[in-house]
Design a protein around this ligand. Structure first.
Ligand code: F3S
Length: 106
């Protein structure tokens, strides 16, 4: 599967959802997740994300490993998103920040 990592938090640019052929993105208040049961590893979403938040599971770095379980868990709770929408209003302010996990709204 592919995994949405920390960079998405408080940004949610949503460029990724327009290209997904299997509609595997799920939307929370300030983050998206990929449903690992739907993702076919096509990788077309990777270059679409302006903050490089999406990675193949095998390339997720050590400090982002917890996002593998977070994607799987929240994908079951959140609704599908299949069309791009405006990014969060302060996305550009948050896009270069790290240590954002405590900002994730479930
Ligand atoms: Fe998030 Fe990047 Fe998609 S910021 S909503 S993973 S385009």
């Amino acid at each position: 599967t592919h995994v949405v990592t920390e960079a998405c938090i408080r940004c949610k640019y949503t460029d990724c959802v327009d290209v997904c052929p299997v509609d595997c993105f799920r939307e929370g208040p300030n983050f998206l997740t990929i449903d690992p049961d739907e993702c076919i590893d096509c990788a077309v979403c990777i270059p679409e994300c302006p903050v490089n938040a999406i990675l193949p599971e095998e390339d997720v770095p050590a400090d982002q490993q917890k996002f593998i379980a977070i994607n799987a868990e929240l994908a079951k709770a959140w609704p599908s998103i299949t069309k791009r929408k405006p990014a969060l209003p302060d996305a550009d302010e948050w896009k270069d920040r790290t240590g954002k996990l405590d900002q994730l709204i479930r």
